[in-house]
Design a protein around this ligand. Structure first.
Ligand code: IPE
Ligand code: IPE
Ligand code: MG
Length: 256
């Protein structure tokens, strides 16, 4: 038993040092990322929090490219939660401008890369300019067949589930479906993420070990990887390290 643990730790350490994953091995089909630590990154440099968000945007670009290059099929980035509206007005305004800024500089390249962009989250509360930028990107990339890049914006998993419940009950009351038909698959199909598979790997930066209302349903059997690195400092090497560790995990889904 002890020997087994020692071997396991030796393997873990080796992978953490090398940041090398097996490119012929299992590459996670869907990676979800909780991009956290922008504010602390800025604070450590005596900069305003928004400087951290701007720097974090560079990381987004880098991680999108890296994921595309190694053959990840779905990448979901948590950019703004339904709880983030509690932040100071100035910060929220800045965050709501970031999609436009990101897409203005990146959309052409993403189109060239055959990337398909989707927004997951509630569109209702978003400012018109934010929604327009996202919808333009969704439309322009709707025919693309490469990496599917999802931005979780104004996303809250509990809200998502509550909306799904309401939709299903509405259909039930209208007589469109029978009670017996309500199952896990039907619930999945009523979530924002109905078009994509559940994440295989979840990454959260900045040392927080929690989900913060992110994909509560979809993460049921996802492998999780946490790092103390703050999002603006996160590089493709860290991504490779996460994948290397993922490749060393045994996914049992409750079986033996
Ligand atoms: C993540 O960084 C970005 C968003 C939540 C929008 P934070 O802004 O949460 O950074 P910290 O956690 O305060 O350092
Ligand atoms: C989660 O980060 C939301 C995003 C990364 C967009 P937060 O910084 O909002 O989470 P808490 O408040 O630390 O749980
Ligand atoms: Mg945070």
């Amino acid at each position: 038993m002890l020997e087994h643990l020692a071997r396991k730790w030796a393997r873990k350490e080796k992978m953490e040092q090398s940041a090398e994953f097996d490119s012929n091995g299992m590459i996670p089909n869907h990676i979800a990322v909780i991009m956290d630590g922008n504010g602390r990154w800025a604070k450590a440099r005596n900069l305003p929090r928004i400087a951290g968000h701007r720097s974090g945007m560079k990381t987004v670009k880098e991680i999108v490219k890296a994921s595309d290059e190694i053959g990840v099929k779905y990448l979901t980035m948590y950019a703004f939660s339904t709880e983030n509206w509690k932040r100071p007005r100035e910060e929220v305004d800045f965050l709501m401008k970031l999609p436009q800024e990101f897409l203005t500089t990146e959309l052409d390249e993403l189109v060239e890369r055959n990337v398909r962009i989707r927004m997951v989250g509630s569109k209702e509360e978003l400012p018109a300019h934010t929604l327009k930028a996202l919808e333009t990107a969704e439309e322009r990339t709707s025919g693309n067949t490469g990496l599917q890049l999802n931005f979780a914006l104004n996303y809250g998993a509990r809200k998502e589930i509550a909306i799904a419940v309401k939709d299903i009950v509405t259909r039930l009351q209208a007589g469109e479906i029978a009670l017996e038909q309500i199952d896990e698959e039907m619930i999945s199909r009523h979530l924002y993420t109905s078009d994509f598979p559940d994440p295989d790997l979840l990454i959260r930066t900045s040392g927080e070990i929690r989900l913060s209302n992110f994909m509560l349903w979809q993460l049921a059997y996802t492998e999780m990887w946490f790092t103390d690195v703050l999002w603006p400092d996160f590089t493709r090497e860290h991504l490779y390290q996460a994948i290397a560790e993922y490749q060393g995990r045994a996914r049992r889904y409750g079986a033996v």
